[in-house]
Write a protein that binds this ligand. Structure first.
Ligand SMILES: N[C@@H](CCC(=O)N[C@@H](CS)C(=O)NCC(=O)O)C(=O)O
Ligand SMILES: [Fe+2]
Length: 326
């Protein structure tokens, strides 16, 4: 038996074939993907346009549909900015990829699919999230979420392509059961797992969120080669930092992440994470976001008179921790 490479020393990947394939994909050093990042200050979300320089095929990751709480209106200015960028660069969009069912902003995947073509992809953990929230919102009949609201639900380790760029999906549950990271070429789009080292990690208190599972998902990602570049889904700045950042490396996370750097145990993390989570309010757009995002970004069905309504489950939030599994 060959000794384990140093970067794998702590995570037992002997049974983890998807991870081994990810490492091979990173080490293959194919053509670098083109990456443009778009930051939405309202939700602190980073959307990405990732393209294959050879074929001009591309994917949009975690797009944002603008939403104004006071006027209850959606707008497509942010998403259309990404679309114009893609069109000006001569890119054909094959995929609208979601890293999870976002709870803090509405996805523009459905809008962009209609504008640009392409298919909506997410992790297969979306299905239990759809089921949970269909019950919470009382969504039935035509308004019930379906697996087919997504064009493809990826299994852990599933591979696909963006032009000639290889892409691989890693399930990283913990923030929610549906979280995935997308490895595209040698770049890793981590969704809501790791944030910048000085901010830490994603919360784990949403329905079926699990801090212990999040720690394991993150240590799995951190066992990838140290030079691997990570692209984050959010940045909220951090105490002492006044600019937004959304890119770093595995080695930087392992050296400095305030929640999961090397040497911090699973129990340390769970205590830290769960303590912080008791201090966090639900995101301002939790209810509108989830309701739209479990259907891949489709807005609620129109009433006979053409109007659309979102639902609000009255008095459900007061007991938010009771959403956890018993
Ligand atoms: N104040 C923000 C909350 C954002 C939030 O809860 N973000 C999630 C990701 S969806 C998170 O993991 N935050 C981690 C933390 O603050 O520790 C809002 O209202 O949208
Ligand atoms: Fe999130």
């Amino acid at each position: 038996m060959q000794p384990a490479p140093a970067h794998l020393a702590e995570y037992d990947r002997s049974e983890d074939l998807p991870l081994l394939r990810a490492i091979r994909q990173i080490e293959r050093r194919g053509p670098a993907p083109g990456i443009a990042a778009f930051f939405d200050p309202a939700s602190s979300t980073v959307s990405y346009l990732v393209s294959d320089p050879d074929t001009r095929r591309a994917a949009i990751i975690d797009s944002v549909l603008d939403y104004d709480v006071a006027s209850i209106t959606t707008a497509t200015a942010s998403a259309d900015g990404i679309a114009r960028h893609a069109e000006a660069a001569g890119l054909e969009i094959d995929w609208h990829l979601e890293t999870h069912i976002h709870a803090d902003h509405l996805t523009a995947a459905d809008h962009l699919k209609h504008r640009l073509g392409g298919r909506i992809g997410a992790g297969s953990g979306v299905v239990p999230v759809q089921r949970d929230f269909a019950a919470i919102f009382g969504l039935e009949g035509a308004s019930a979420p379906r697996e087919t609201d997504f064009d493809r639900l990826f299994a852990d380790g599933e591979e696909f392509a963006i032009g000639n760029l290889p892409a691989l999906v890693l399930h990283v549950p913990g923030h929610t059961p549906a979280d995935v990271a997308y490895l595209i070429g040698d770049r890793l789009f981590v969704g809501d797992t790791l944030f910048m080292p000085d901010y830490g990690t994603a919360r784990a208190d949403f329905p079926r969120g699990d801090a212990r599972q999040l720690y394991r998902s993150i240590r799995r990602l951190l066992s990838l080669p140290g030079a691997t570049r990570l692209h984050l889904c959010h940045d909220y700045k951090a105490p002492g930092r006044d600019d937004y950042r959304w890119e770093c490396t595995i080695a930087e996370q392992r050296a400095a992440n305030i929640h999961v750097r090397d040497g911090m145990s699973e129990d340390d993390f769970v205590t830290l994470r769960e303590t912080r989570d008791t201090t966090l309010a639900l995101p301002a757009l939790f209810y509108p976001s989830i309701q739209v995002n479990i259907r891949g970004g489709k807005l609620p069905e129109r009433e006979p008179d053409g109007r659309r309504f979102l639902k609000l489950p009255l008095n459900a939030a007061g007991a938010r921790r009771s959403w956890r599994e018993p």
